[in-house]
Design a protein around this ligand. Structure first.
Ligand SMILES: [Cu+2]
Length: 433
C-alpha cells in the first residue's frame, strides 16, 4: 500500500486526545490489548496494544532530577520491554532485551526505576519486536519538567503517527514484511496528530512538544496559526531559539516550540505537490491578557563539551537495502558490513572519552540513527558543534559527523530508528567502561 491521495484518509474530524496523568505518574504501566478510535469518530475502531487502557499510553510527568519508578506489567500475549527514549539513565534500566535485561514474558513484570537528569520531551516505547509493537501502539510520552518552566498558558504534547489501516479500522497485517524492511519501512496510509488538548484560545501562548512515534515515516511539517520559536530538539534546549519554519521530524525525534496563537493551529504534512491536514488545535475563545514577554531560551542543557581532538575518530557506514544488494532476511541492512548485534561491540570507550563518528549513508533511503544513553552533537560542515540530539536523520547518500562524550557506563545500542531497518540488521552497540 502506498501513500497517495486515494488511500490517505483526511483527518479533519475530531482528533484523539491523549490521556494526561497528574505530576504523580502511575506506578504501574500495564501493557494490554486496547481498542482505539484511530479513524474518525463513527468509523470502525482498531484493535491495538496500549498501556493502562489506551494507546498512546498515559503521559508520564516527573520533575527534573526526580526518580521515576514504574512497574511494567506485561498483560499482552507477546514478550516485551520498555525503553525510555532519550533519557540518560543507568544502563540496567534502558529496556533493551539481550543487551541490558531479559525480555519480559507475557504475565511477567519488570520494575524500572531511574532518575530523570534532563528536563525535556521524551517518550517510552516497546523495545522488543518494536517494528510491530510500536506500530500496534505500545508507546507514550514522558515529560520531564523544568524546575522553573517557561510561562505559557498551555503545555501541549502532540504525538505524530501514521498507521497502515483498513477501511474497517483493522490494522493491516504483514508486520515484518521483507519488502517493507528493504525499502522505507512500514509506512502508514493514514496519519494524524494525537494532541493532549484539543482547543486553545486566540492569543494564548502555548508550548508544543512534538514527538514522532511512527515506525518509519519522516514527517515534513508546516504549522500554521502560531508565531513560534523552536526551543528544543530531542529534549535538549537550544542556546538560541529559532523562528519556526517548515521542518522535518524523523521517527523518534522531538521538537519543542513556544508560540503565540494567531488562529487555529494547523498541522500540515507537506509533500512536493500536495498538502495533507494532520489535525488542528481549534480556537475556543480569546485570551483577555496575552503573555507579551519575549520567548526566551530554556535553561541550557548539562552537556559536557567534546574534546577538540577526539580520542576516537570512527566511521559507521550504513549499507544494504533495496538497490543496495542485500535482501536476505535479518541481513538486509548492515553497519560497516555487519548485520545485527554481535558479541563484540562496534567500539569500546573509556568513560569520558570523546568520539567523532562519521555516519555515512551509502544506501538509497534516509535513516534516523539513535544512540542510547547519551546525547551527541551533530557537527556542522566547518567542524563546529551543531544541535545536541539523540537521533540524527541522515539522508540517502549523505553523511553526518556526530561528536559524543561517552560518559555513561554500560552497553548501549546504536541503531536506525526506522524500526523495520533495525529489525533487519541496521543496529550495533557500543560499550563504555
Ligand atoms: Cu534505517
Amino acid at each position: 500500500m502506498t501513500f497517495n491521495r486515494r488511500t490517505f484518509l483526511m483527518s479533519t474530524a475530531a482528533v484523539l486526545t491523549l490521556p494526561r496523568a497528574a505530576l504523580a505518574s502511575p506506578s504501574v504501566l500495564r501493557a494490554e490489548p486496547v481498542k482505539a478510535q484511530i479513524l474518525p469518530e463513527g468509523d470502525g475502531t482498531t484493535d491495538m496494544l496500549g498501556f493502562n487502557g489506551s494507546t498512546p499510553g498515559p503521559e508520564l510527568r516527573v520533575r527534573q532530577g526526580d526518580t521515576l519508578a514504574v512497574r511494567f506489567d506485561n498483560q499482552t500475549s507477546e514478550a516485551s520491554s520498555v525503553h525510555w527514549h532519550g533519557i540518560r539513565l543507568e544502563n540496567s534500566m534502558d529496556g533493551v532485551p539481550g543487551l541490558t535485561q531479559l525480555v519480559v514474558k507475557p504475565g511477567e513484570s519488570f520494575d524500572y526505576q531511574f532518575k530523570a537528569p534532563d528536563a525535556g520531551t521524551y517518550w517510552y516505547h516497546s523495545h522488543n519486536r518494536s517494528w510491530e509493537q510500536v506500530a500496534k501502539g505500545l508507546y507514550g510520552p514522558l515529560i520531564v519538567e523544568e524546575a522553573n518552566p517557561p510561562q505559557v498558558d498551555h503545555d501541549i504534547t502532540v504525538m505524530l503517527d501514521d498507521w497502515r489501516i483498513e477501511e474497517t479500522g483493522a490494522l493491516a497485517g504483514g508486520f515484518g514484511n521483507m519488502h517493507d524492511f528493504a525499502h522505507a519501512g512500514r509506512m502508514g496510509n493514514y496519519a494524524k496528530i494525537l494532541p493532549s488538548q484539543e482547543s486553545i484560545r486566540l492569543g494564548d501562548r502555548i508550548r508544543l512538544r512534538l514527538i514522532n512515534t511512527a515506525t518509519a515515516r519522516v514527517f515534513p511539517i508546516r504549522i500554521e496559526g502560531l508565531a513560534a520559536q523552536v526551543v528544543a530538539l530531542d529534549g535538549m534546549p537550544l542556546a538560541t531559539p529559532r523562528a519556526l519554519e517548515d521542518f522535518q521530524i524523523a521517527p523518534a525525534q522531538r521538537v519543542d516550540l513556544i508560540g503565540d496563537v494567531k488562529s487555529a493551529v494547523d498541522f500540515l504534512f507537506v509533500l512536493r505537490d500536495d498538502i495533507y491536514e494532520m489535525g488542528s488545535l481549534k480556537i475556543d475563545g480569546e485570551n483577555p491578557s496575552p503573555i507579551t514577554s519575549p520567548i526566551k531560551a530554556l535553561s541550557a542543557p548539562d552537556a559536557t563539551r567534546p574534546k577538540d581532538v577526539p580520542d576516537h575518530a570512527l566511521r559507521l557506514k550504513m549499507e544494504g537495502g533495496a538497490m543496495g544488494g542485500r535482501h536476505a532476511g535479518d541481513d538486509i541492512w548492515a553497519l560497516n558490513g555487519i548485520s545485527g548485534l554481535k558479541d563484540k561491540p562496534f567500539a569500546t570507550f573509556k568513560r569520558g572519552e570523546t568520539a567523532v563518528i562519521d555516519l555515512v549513508n551509502d544506501t538509497s533511503w534516509p535513516h534516523g540513527i539513535h544512540l542510547h544513553g547519551h546525547h551527541f552533537f551533530e557537527m556542522n560542515q566547518d567542524g563546529t558543534l551543531g544541535d545536541y540530539r539523540d537521533t540524527s536523520l541522515v539522508d540517502r547518500g549523505a553523511s553526518q559527523k556526530i561528536a559524543v562524550v561517552f560518559d555513561n557506563p554500560g552497553k548501549w545500542l546504536l541503531h536506525c530508528h526506522m524500526l523495520g531497518h533495525q529489525a533487519s540488521g541496521m543496529k550495533t552497540w557500543v560499550e563504555v567502561v
